[in-house]
Design a protein around this ligand. Structure first.
Ligand SMILES: *Cc1c(COP(=O)(O)O)cnc(C)c1O
Length: 452
């Protein structure tokens, strides 16, 4: 019997959607979303709204006084977990030279690599959901009201209260870090199910915090499944579900409100003449989806959001092209889901996020691991910024867009979302940097050969 994928054979899929041929061969592609709808249309159908995002923002504000006590590094931002928006002109020039393209408009980096507490975009959604759960437990037991000063939560009696509850999550690494650190700080028992791709240092860092780390030899989807099963068996256990959670999603979406303020302060006006192009590395989809959803609510037709995936883990792309979302996986199409971009090593995208983003997303592009390393070395050399491989996928966006879109469509302000980096140990960072430098030499040789 011939294997089918969501009811069709691979050959049928490829015949209907020729781009799949390239995707299956793990060649870089750029996909323009043909299913985009006007923002007004999307507003009618989406089950989440601006008011949900604003409630999340207010909840984070209630917790700010607690965060300044629990994590003193957040004092300078009054307990608000936020990152800088930095202009990176030298990197822009380098991208133009390296890839022989013209990028019209300024290029900015959204520095989530520097987010306090856990050093990645997961410090938005992951921490938000842990705080929301903690708040609801305190409300239920009448230990807290919305109008209280939340810094009292740092008192030892709350830590002992939370110690009879547990929080469980499945992760490729960074979500585990952010949820593990936050849960442990509040006093919860925390268990993180790590996929095979998770970096060793991320596991060690969590164990140092007293988090129970369960290692799996299988990939991310399996780690999530195991976590869900464990938590389901215990009424005092709460599972943070990266594939389905609306709370995680809303925590990420709050970024859009903050970005709007940052752009205002820099007097960058986003409008028809100066649209915003935002490039977001995508794993299961919650992080980039939440941010993009928030941005669409804030900027409407004047923002264009693109997801970036490794050529070996294009799960959101496959879900979107086929329209089958979480019914298909990269493995179904014979793709191995092996990438150095551990944060993006996901074989099956979130169906909830895929369906929500379908009418909103401008496009998806894929990028080879080798290029991630080259860009990692470039941005360290030129801007003094240290990123982990996943984050570099964002910087390839303006290049891919410049190659395939006409310049008029591509004008405006570009933001590459740097999703992680500051927690990476220096020896790991140095090894990645050296890999990038070597790769750059190899690429130059290859270019020279193909020019002959
Ligand atoms: C998790 C992660 C992403 C992608 O977020 P998803 O919610 O999995 O799509 C991107 N970059 C880094 C560094 C991450 O850790």
């Amino acid at each position: 019997m011939v294997q089918t994928i969501a009811g069709k054979q691979v050959a049928e899929w490829v015949k209907a959607l020729p781009l799949l041929d390239e995707v299956i061969a793990t060649r870089e592609v750029y996909w323009n979303n043909p299913n985009q709808l006007p923002v007004d249309e999307m507003g009618k159908n989406a089950k989440l709204t601006m008011s949900d995002v604003m409630q999340a923002e207010q909840r984070l504000r209630r917790f700010a006084p607690y965060l300044t006590v629990a994590f003193p590094e957040t004092k300078i931002t009054d307990g608000i977990i936020e990152s800088a928006l930095k202009k990176i002109p030298a990197m822009k020039k380098q991208l133009e030279q390296r890839f022989k393209v013209n990028i019209p408009g300024d290029l900015w980096l959204k520095c989530d690599n520097d987010l306090p507490i856990s050093g990645s975009i997961k410090a938005r959604g992951g921490i938000y959901e842990v705080l929301k759960h903690a708040e609801s437990l305190l409300f239920e037991n009448q230990f807290l009201q919305e109008t209280d000063d939340y810094s009292i939560i740092a008192e030892p009696k709350f830590k002992s209260f939370f110690s009879s509850y547990s929080i469980v999550v499945g992760s490729t690494g960074n979500l585990g870090l952010s949820i593990g650190i936050m849960s442990a700080k509040l006093g919860f028992q925390a268990t993180v199910h790590m996929s095979a791709d998770a970096k060793q240092w991320k596991k060690e860092m969590l164990r140092d915090q007293g988090v129970n780390v369960v290692e799996h030899v299988a990939d991310y989807s399996k780690a999530v499944e195991e976590g869900r099963a464990q938590a389901g068996a215990d009424p005092n256990s709460y599972f943070i579900d990266d594939e389905h959670s609306e709370d995680l999603f809303l925590g990420y979406a709050v970024a859009a409100l903050r970005l709007k303020e940052q752009l205002n302060k820099k007097e960058i006006r986003i409008n028809k003449a100066n649209p915003l192009h935002v490039y977001l590395p995508c794993g299961v989809g919650g992080g980039p989806g939440g941010v993009a959803f928030g941005l669409k609510l804030v900027f409407g037709e004047n923002v264009h959001c693109y997801f970036a995936e490794p050529t070996h883990s294009p799960c959101m792309l496959l879900g979107m092209i086929t329209g089958e979302h979480n019914n298909v996986s990269v493995q179904d199409f014979g793709i191995d889901n092996k990438t150095a971009a551990d944060g993006l090593a996901v074989g099956r995208a979130s169906g909830f996020v895929g369906r929500l983003m379908e009418p909103l997303l401008s496009g998806i592009y894929t990028v080879e691991d080798a290029i991630l390393y080259e860009l990692l070395a470039d941005i360290a050399d030129l801007e003094g910024i240290q990123l982990e491989p996943s984050a570099l996928a964002s910087l390839y966006g303006p290049v891919q867009a410049a190659r395939v879109r006409d310049v008029t469509k591509h004008q405006g302000t570009h933001i590459a979302w740097a999703t992680g980096g500051s927690m990476v140990p220096q020896d790991t960072m140095l090894m990645d940097y050296q890999k990038g430098k070597k790769q750059q030499v190899l690429s130059i040789r290859k270019d020279a050969r193909s020019a002959d």
